[in-house]
Design a protein around this ligand. Sequence first.
Ligand code: DC
Length: 221
Amino acid sequence: MSMNIAIDGPAGAGKSTIAKKVAKELGFIYVDTGAMYRSLALYFIRQGIDKDDEDKISEAVKDCNVTIKYVDGQQQVLLNDENVTGLIRTEEVGNMASASSVYASVRSKLLDLQRSLAANNDVIMDGRDIGTQVLPEAQVKVFLTASVDERASRRYKELVEKGLNPELNKIKKDIEERDYRDSHRENSPLRQADDATYVDSSDMSIDEVVSTIVDLCKNKM
Ligand code: DC
C-alpha cells in the first residue's frame, strides 16, 4: 500500500517549499494540487470568462484535460497537452484559481487525478482539502500555517528578489481575501482535519518545519 502525506494550509504558508524538501528526504513524489487548479484558471482567463460566471466555467471545464508528468523530479502540469508549468505562477492566475475552485464542477474535475496519483505512489500532496476530502485516509496530515504578516512579508521578499517593486499592503490584502474565500466556500473549504498536526511556521526555519514533518512520517513508516 502506498504511503500518503497530506499538507494543507493557507496561501503563502510555505507548503510547496516544505513539501518538496520532505519529498526529497523520504524519496516520495511531491504533488502540487494548487498547480492543477491554476492550470484550469489559466484556461478560464484565456477564454475571457468572468470568475463569477459559474455556468460558463462549468461548461469550459469540460474542455480541459489536466495531466501531470515529472521532469528531473519536478512536477509539470499539462493543460490539453500543453506544458503550462511556467505560466501559472502569476497573481492573476492565483486569484482566478482561488475564485474558480469554489465551484463543484472544477473540484470534481481534479479529484480523480489526485486520488489516483496517491493510490499508485508514495506521495506528499499539498493543497487546501487534501486531509479532509481528497485523502481522508492519509497516514500523516499536517495543517501548515503562519501569521498573515509573516506570509505577506515572505511573499514581499520573494518578489523583491525577483527584481519587482511590490506593495506590502496590497500583498497582505490579497492574502487576506484569499484566506477568506478559501476557507468560507461551500465546497471543500480550507480547514484543519481533526487528525492533522497543526504547525505554525511563523517563528520556525524551513529546516525546523521539514524535520518536524519528517519525524511525524518516520513514526508511521
Ligand atoms: O496553493 P496555490 O496558491 O497554488 O492554490 C491556488 C488556489 O487553488 C487556492 O487559492 C485555492 C485553490 N486550491 C484548492 O481549492 N484546493 C487545493 N487542494 C489546492 C488549491
